[in-house]
Design a protein around this ligand. Structure first.
Ligand code: 13P
Length: 334
């Protein structure tokens, strides 16, 4: 696959008024989400829930790509159509989460490093055959007493860059996700400082690994005060601080930045994205790759009555997607 094709795929993912639906939760994370709403974590339930989301009527009007997990990309609709093919038929690109989750980082108490580079070339090759056109890798950075350390930031960014280079080699657009967690009592200025250091180091690492920046998407966390911080921040303050941070760190050649919701309330995540876009024009497209902020209402509705509430649940995810598609253009009205 040539750079033109990859570049085209990246631009398709951030086409005007479209964003990514992330349904690529790992087994343990989905088990936790199911437990919260009283659903049994069976293979049948996981498949049925993912089918509900993937086949929601009207999804393609606001969703350009759906990120899947290893289990989901191998599953099919009840009529036997593989999810990746079903999505492609709707004009939606299938993506795949390829990291293997986090492990404690040796020598750095309280910090983690994302694993999954071993055998990655072969796995990417297989995922492409299964229909994936983009791939995602998530690194996790915690803010706390004396953390993050440079060791944590650099180890994670090195892995992100190795992943990105391999994904491009195999014809998949890498979505690089260095998530700075909201957990903690830090203020927004601390979050800003950490995000700047993390993003600068990330782009250094991508440069060192010869990653083509016009065929990469950055999946970033917004700059927010910690969830236990006494001071709150208004929508415009979050948007202005996030914007100052990405302006200082993300090269203009990167086609798009898709934000994660990171546990923000769904409406709030939409309001922040909308405010960011109202502060444009920007050199990159600013859109979304939300998991919880798009799925929460749908999951709750479905859990209440899987047979009776399927339409209601599908309507809920499409409505959240539509609101965020407007916010991606700065045209959302609360
Ligand atoms: P949230 O939007 O729920 O944070 O999930 C996004 C995601 O895909 C994390 O990797």
């Amino acid at each position: 696959m040539s750079i033109e094709d990859l570049d085209q795929t990246a631009r398709t993912l951030v086409a005007a008024g479209k964003g990514i639906l992330a349904i690529d939760e790992s087994g343990p994370t989905l088990a936790r989400r199911f437990a919260e709403v009283g659903l049994a974590n069976s293979e049948a339930n996981r498949r049925a829930y993912r089918e509900l989301l993937v086949t929601a009527p009207g999804l393609a009007a606001s969703i350009s790509g759906v990120a899947l997990s290893d289990e989901t990309i191998r599953q099919s609709t009840r009529d036997g159509v593989p999810f990746a093919r079903y999505l492609a038929d709707q004009g939606i690109l299938a993506g795949i989460k390829v990291d293997k989750g986090t492990q404690p980082l040796a020598g750095c108490p309280g910090e983690v490093v994302t694993e999954g580079l071993d055998g990655l070339r072969q796995r990417l090759e297989e995922y492409r055959r299964l229909g994936a056109r983009f791939a995602k890798w998530r690194a996790v950075v915690r803010i706390g007493e004396g953390i993050p350390t440079g060791t944590c930031i650099e180890s994670n960014n090195h892995a992100l860059a190795r992943f990105a280079a391999l994904a491009q080699e195999q014809g998949l657009v890498p979505v690089v996700e260095p998530e700075v967690l909201m957990d903690g009592d830090h203020d927004i200025d601390t979050s800003h400082e950490v995000h700047e250091v993390v993003l600068r180091s990330l782009f250094d690492a991508l440069y060192q690994q010869d990653v083509m920046l016009d065929a990469v998407l950055l999946k970033a966390s917004m700059v927010l005060p910690g969830s236990d911080c006494d001071e709150t921040a208004g929508v415009d303050e979050v948007a202005a601080t996030t914007l100052a941070c990405i302006r200082a760190t993300v090269p203009a050649i990167v086609p798009g930045i898709v934000f994660l919701s990171g546990g923000q309330d769904g409406e709030r995540a939409t309001a922040h994205l909308d405010a960011l876009n109202r502060m444009g024009p920007h050199p990159w497209v600013l859109s979304f790759s939300y998991g919880r902020a798009l799925q929460s209402a749908a999951l709750h509705a479905w859990a209440q009555d899987p047979a009776g509430n399927a339409d209601k649940a599908q309507d809920a995810v499409v409505r959240r997607a539509r609101a965020n598609a407007l916010a991606a253009q700065g045209r959302w009205a609360a």
